[in-house]
Design a protein. Structure first.
Length: 554
């Protein structure tokens, strides 16, 4: 059974009488006016008949109290004695609910196709009312278009045209359901950083190939002040870009945050960042909170990316984000491919982004009125500088010491007195741009010594980043070479022979029918050049076999 049908069957029945919860506002007001009269009459001495006669005399003589006069005027006229008696009895039995009007209008017709209509309407392809009505009629039901529309529109919002079954549960939750409102007034600047990666909604010229591509922006935002404390532009979300962005933030602002609020991307949840001993978070003793997957509402930096694209991305003709003109974008990319137009460069985008950041930091804070984001940062920051004065962000890995040296990334390192730690496991911190040295630490983080590169092969680049790029380039060349060989193999006119058919052909046949014999032939490398009656079976059997089969007449 479809979930929508299950919810429809679980809807509470209203019943014959209205209750205070499902009554309209007009019905409630009338019931309250009746209650004013009933309570007055039931509290008078002398019985209900005398109390009602006194009420009629006071109302007609304009001597009744104001609350009674207002109640009677709201009802439109003074009710009769029998009506008032019925009100009093209903009030005694059911309280104020007994004074609600019983008329509910015309009852809705119960059709036999209601459950099937819900199942069809909430199918993944989101059919229209007319399509649902047509399908119901094909299945033997009698349903009109307007009947289907009235039935669906009369259902609760969760089963109507904007139900989660038609627009998706995630989008329905974000657009229509209530969510928690959070305040960051209690978070001081410099304590909590929110980091995330964002693929730019702008096609830029690749710095090496010149072809259009979309760069990846990795940014960290201080939650307390909403300032962007560090960012890096790369090809895709990666650990290196994450390290570069956060290390730049720590070095420039001379502050180590206490907490990170991050998503579950590969750039943040990996061994280099998340290892309990050698990871970046452990190195600086930073607590990490990973966001719930698929819940972008809880990440403050997502609003920054949205605002940034409106102010920066839309300034470029190759913008491809929300509300973009797809035909214009395709025309720009086509002209760029033909050499008629130059795509925006990375430097041009960075210049626009830096100008936007200056305006963004000097704009008003969303929660602290009267102060800009930069003022909140400058006035509230309590810096916690890194331990090392000459701060350089060095990734770390565990290494095993053997014979006074160790091997890291296909490089050998050694140091004086390093043999004293033979057989032990230490932590080596390395520079991504310079492999001439490493720093050695104990597992508890205590610094030991510098270790220098012992041997170097000229085939290995000095920079680990250059080595990674070289490895990626070799991999691309291998894939291209494999594709080239595949294309050449497909275009080669190779054929092989169906063995059984050839054996039958080699058997003696009557000359009158020899030229009419057909056999199934496969592709093989060398096309037979001998006459049909001189085919060498052994020679044909030596030909390479492929999978493609054809019919060939000998």
């Amino acid at each position: 059974m479809h979930p929508a049908v299950q919810k429809f069957n679980q809807l509470p029945s209203i019943g014959n009488d209205l209750t205070w919860q499902n009554a309209s506002e007009t019905a409630r007001k009338k019931a309250q006016c009746k209650a004013v009269l009933v309570r007055h009459l039931l509290t008078q001495e002398g019985g209900l008949p005398n109390a009602f006669a006194n009420l009629v005399a006071e109302y007609r003589g304009n001597t009744a109290i104001s609350s009674l006069t207002s109640a009677i005027d709201s009802l439109g006229r003074l009710p009769g004695r029998a009506t008032v008696y019925n009100w009093c009895n209903a009030y005694k039995e059911n309280g104020i609910n007994g004074l609600l009007p019983n008329h509910k209008g015309k009852a809705q017709t119960k059709y036999s196709w209601l459950s099937r209509c819900l199942e069809l309407y909430h199918s993944p392809n989101s059919p229209s009312f007319a399509q649902v009505a047509d399908q119901l009629n094909k299945e033997g039901y009698k349903a009109e278009h307007h009947q289907v529309r009235r039935f669906i529109n009369g259902l609760p919002h969760e089963l109507g045209p904007q139900s989660p079954y038609r627009m998706g549960a995630k989008l329905y939750r974000e657009k229509h359901k209530d969510h928690l409102l959070r305040s960051t007034e209690n978070i001081k600047p410099g304590v909590l950083y929110n980091g995330d990666g964002h693929t730019l909604d702008v096609y830029l010229a690749h710095p090496k190939t010149g072809k259009p591509y979309r760069a990846e922006l990795t940014a960290f935002q201080d939650v307390g002040s909403r300032c962007i404390v560090g960012w890096e532009l790369g090809y895709a979300e990666s650990t290196l870009d994450t390290l570069a962005a956060i290390s730049r933030a720590i070095k420039v602002h001379n502050n180590v945050p206490a907490m990170f609020y991050l998503d579950n991307g590969s750039g943040y949840k990996n061994k280099l960042m998340n290892d309990d001993t050698t990871g970046f978070y452990a190195q600086f003793e930073i607590d990490v909170i990973f966001a719930i997957p698929g819940n972008a509402r809880v990440k403050w930096i997502e609003r920054f990316f949205l605002h940034m694209e409106d102010r920066v991305g839309k300034r470029f003709s190759t913008y491809c984000g929300r509300d973009h003109d797809d035909r214009h974008k395709q025309l720009i990319l086509k002209e760029a491919k033909q050499g008629k137009r130059n795509l925006p460069t990375i430097d041009e985008w960075i210049a626009e982004f830096k100008a936007f950041l200056n305006d963004y930091h000097n704009s008003e804070h969303p929660e602290i009125k009267g102060k800009t984001r930069q003022q909140v940062w400058d006035e509230g920051i309590e810096r916690v500088p890194p331990v090392e004065d000459d701060f350089v962000m060095l990734p770390r890995e565990k290494v095993n010491i053997r014979r006074g040296r160790f091997r890291l990334h296909q490089r050998d390192y050694s140091a004086d007195y390093l043999h004293q730690f033979n057989g032990q496991e230490l932590i080596a911190a390395y520079d991504l741009h310079d492999d001439s040295y490493t720093k050695l630490y104990k597992l508890n983080g205590e610094f030991l010594m510098f270790a220098n590169l012992k041997t170097k092969s000229h085939a290995v680049p000095t920079s680990r980043i250059e080595q990674a790029e070289s490895k990626r380039r070799i991999g691309r060349l291998k894939r291209l070479d494999t594709k080239r060989r595949e294309v050449e193999a497909q275009e080669t006119d190779t054929r092989i022979i169906d063995i059984k058919a050839v054996e039958e052909l080699a058997a003696p046949v009557e000359p009158a029918i020899a030229h009419q014999t057909e056999v199934n032939v496969f592709e093989f490398d060398v096309t037979p050049t001998k006459p049909q009656h001189e085919i060498d079976l052994d020679e044909l059997l030596e030909q390479p076999i492929t999978r493609k089969e054809q019919s060939y007449e000998l």
